[in-house]
Write a protein that binds this ligand. Sequence first.
Ligand SMILES: Cc1cc2nc3c(=O)[nH]c(=O)nc-3n(C[C@H](O)[C@H](O)[C@H](O)COP(=O)(O)O)c2cc1C
Length: 290
Amino acid sequence: MSIAERKDSHLTLCLTEAVELPSHDATGFAALRFEHDALPEVDLAEVRTEVELLGKRLAAPIVIGAMTGGTPRAGEMNRRLAVAAARCRVGFALGSQRRMLQDPTVRDTYAVREAAPDLPLLFGNLGAVQLNYGVGTPELRRLVEGVGCDAFNFHLNALQEAIQPEGDTRFAALLPKLRAVIPEMGVPVLLKEVGSGLSRRTAEKIRELPVAGVETGGVGGTSWSKVESLRAADPARRSLGELFARWGIPTSESIVACRGALGDRVVIASGGIRNEIEIAKALELDAPYR
Ligand SMILES: Cc1cc2nc3c(=O)[nH]c(=O)nc-3n(C[C@H](O)[C@H](O)[C@H](O)COP(=O)(O)O)c2cc1C
């Protein structure tokens, strides 16, 4: 299957199949309860949600997460989401730009700035493992400059690649390559998981890199092991994907692990966050460290 076909099949599977874990239990948020204060002593109208993230002013601490690009359908999704993000003054992250490296004509499926010139914060994206498949500083700069992004996400998705029939699985020696390319990219760089979470040990390795921060991509929402198991024809691979569906660090734990390891660097919480209370719990888990 080509990368373009795979991108569209990911969109279809995520929209139509049961690829999500029940977020209320798997993220770990259900076990946490806010203490209600019947005497809050603050006017509701005085509550402010604006934040500064990577030097950009957002109306709320929200970034629409990295999903797609590289096909006409993906381009339409990117443009619509970017327009919505600009209108709400929140951030927006492109999905993997790998297709742009193979075929420069697909640039317009990622070039959301043209549709949403007021977008306050745009992230580019590529799998870190691609550094072991011929990608270096010139290619990365092309991706950043080709879309005019303000920051860049390298995704870490070892479990997904391992289950994916055509996965890229040469995961060795990525740390020195990341250390070399990150300072050359010209924009702040974050590392993110995609649904298996970042552990304390992983966050401590990341701390040694010149990154601006991380995105947790914790267990509790979309399971890429499940998605890839649905795509696999081989029954053994299908059952392996099911077996690993809940593998990883729940989002609530990953927030605490990342903040503990990364001091005052950026920690974006993601993975199964589906409502306002879960957003508030994610912020509160981080609060004791701020
Ligand atoms: C359809 C779809 C495609 C995705 N593609 C990418 C991608 O290309 N790059 C990336 O870093 N993350 C990708 N992700 C992962 C998300 O950014 C996020 O980390 C993950 O889905 C966990 O959050 P959730 O449980 O809220 O979905 C994708 C997610 C979805 C649903």
